[in-house]
Design a protein around this ligand. Structure first.
Ligand code: S3P
Length: 442
């Protein structure tokens, strides 16, 4: 796909509704597939990542239908009811789809081959294979821990207590989903809490799951295996990680005021909002409500003069996908922003630490990497821009630098826009509707 150019603008205005939460969409499909009877899902993200999860589940015997009005119906096969697919499952760009599905199939007596695009095939899968191996699953992977790989499901799965080596909702979720078809109690211990959509969704479908703090103040999540999950109705809130792009764009573009509707504000996802507020952002939360167990609200965002802050490492799990766009906000702030403890950014859809640093440098911003910290020196009102940025098959790098183009002196180009559709297919029209000038590269 061609590249895109984003030109400087002012005065973003209007209401925006961003697509459904990617994390919750994957989980609704997967857990709905393990229930008995018909689950309905409204607001499902129609991004490529989620559509691939749906196709993978269909390939394993789940019936999934999409109505004309985007109501999705999933006829679950019950815990343990997946069938062996007769082809490789291709999860495209989606680490979440691949890793959670590996967990889900791991305790079925079936063999499943997984692959993905060039980006996904470079990402580490050993972090999932290790706990699954302890449960009795065999994973045979290219180069030890890369896709393509084969999961040979455990016939007699064993419950484990697994301490996460890195804060990761994907590892936690893979173990819990494997625990579904495992007798006894499967536990995951996390030192730094990561997003808990799997826990909330499992409970929503009737599983017995407890969350306690142990003596060392770690979070212990325990699932009782082999539950009979009941079919449910799910409403997917707007994705805060997608809302982050219009949110930061409105904060840093002069004379802007926008309302972002229906955004999920799970406390384990709002590190970006906390950080932006510390930087001086004017963000009002209105109409806070509860939607199928997840907190949801509207956000009113106005142009604000931001100042640099230090973002501590313990905040990283609650904003792990938001560092690329925070780095753009930091470039527009006065002073220095230091983002600490970002090792996990090196294994996302791209090496995001390198991608952010190279992109900001190309746009004329001073940036340093110190160990796992990213340090951005802001340059309010005088960001040169004028660069072509490599999007590296990474949707969030592409969208972040298109936001950068909105406030730079000269337009910013991204070389390839294709991957924006993995999480936010309506990004360009939606941004242009509130006043951006994003068009195809000539
Ligand atoms: C996700 C967890 C995060 C995040 C990803 C979605 C999830 O990954 O980066 O985009 O839905 O569980 P890690 O768990 O690897 O940090």
């Amino acid at each position: 796909m061609a590249g895109l150019v984003s030109a400087p603008v002012s005065g973003l205005n209007g209401d925006v509704g961003v697509p459904g939460d990617k994390s919750i969409s994957h989980r609704a499909l997967m857990i709905g597939s393990m229930a008995v009877g018909e689950t309905t899902i409204r607001g499902l993200l129609l991004g490529d990542d989620v559509l691939r999860t749906a196709a993978a589940l269909e390939a394993m015997g789940v019936t999934i239908k999409r109505d004309a009005d985007d109501l999705w119906r999933v006829w679950g096969v019950g815990v343990g009811g997946l069938q062996e697919p007769d082809n490789v499952l291709d999860l495209g760009n989606s680490g979440t789809g691949a890793r959670l599905l590996m967990g889900l199939v791991a305790t079925h007596p079936i063999q499943v081959q997984f692959t993905g695009d060039v980006s996904l095939r470079t990402r580490p899968m050993g972090r999932i294979a290790t706990p699954l191996g302890q449960m009795g699953t065999q994973v045979i992977a290219r180069d030890g821990d890369k896709m393509p790989l084969t999961v040979i499901g455990a016939r007699m799965a064993m419950p484990i207590e697994y301490k996460l080596p890195v804060p990761s909702a994907q590892i936690k979720s893979a173990v819990l989903l494997a625990g579904l078809n495992t007798p006894g109690q499967t536990s995951v211990i996390e030192t730094r809490p990561s997003r808990d959509h799997t826990e909330l969704m499992l409970r929503h479908f009737g599983a017995t799951l407890t969350v306690t703090d142990d003596a060392a103040d770690r979070r212990v999540i325990t699932l009782t295996g082999q539950p009979e999950l009941e079919s449910k109705d799910v409403i997917v809130p707007g994705d805060p990680s997608s809302a982050a792009f219009p949110l930061v764009a409105a904060l840093i573009t002069p004379d802007s005021e926008i309302t972002i509707k229906n955004i999920g504000l799970n406390p384990l996802r709002i590190g970006l909002i906390d950080t932006l507020r510390e930087m001086g952002a004017n963000i009002d939360v209105t109409d806070a409500r509860d939607q199928a167990g997840e907190p949801v609200a509207d956000l009113i965002v106005r142009t604000s003069q931001l100042k640099g802050v230090t973002v501590p490492p313990e905040r990283a799990p609650s904003m792990i996908d938001e560092y690329p766009i925070l780095a753009i906000a930091a470039a527009a702030a006065t002073g220095v922003t230091r983002m600490q403890g970002l090792a996990e950014l090196r294994v996302k859809e791209s090496d995001r630490l390198a991608a952010i640093a190279d992109g900001l440098t190309a746009c004329g911003i001073k940036v340093d990497i110190d160990g796992d910290d990213l340090i951005v020196t802001g340059s309010p009102n005088k960001i040169p821009g004028g660069a072509e940025i490599e999007s590296r098959m990474d949707h969030r790098i592409a969208m972040s630098f298109l936001v950068m183009g909105m406030i730079a002196k000269d337009p910013v180009t991204i070389d390839d826009a294709e991957h924006i559709a993995t999480s936010f297919p309506s990004f360009v029209p939606l941004m242009n509707e509130i006043g951006a000038k994003i068009g195809e590269q000539k």
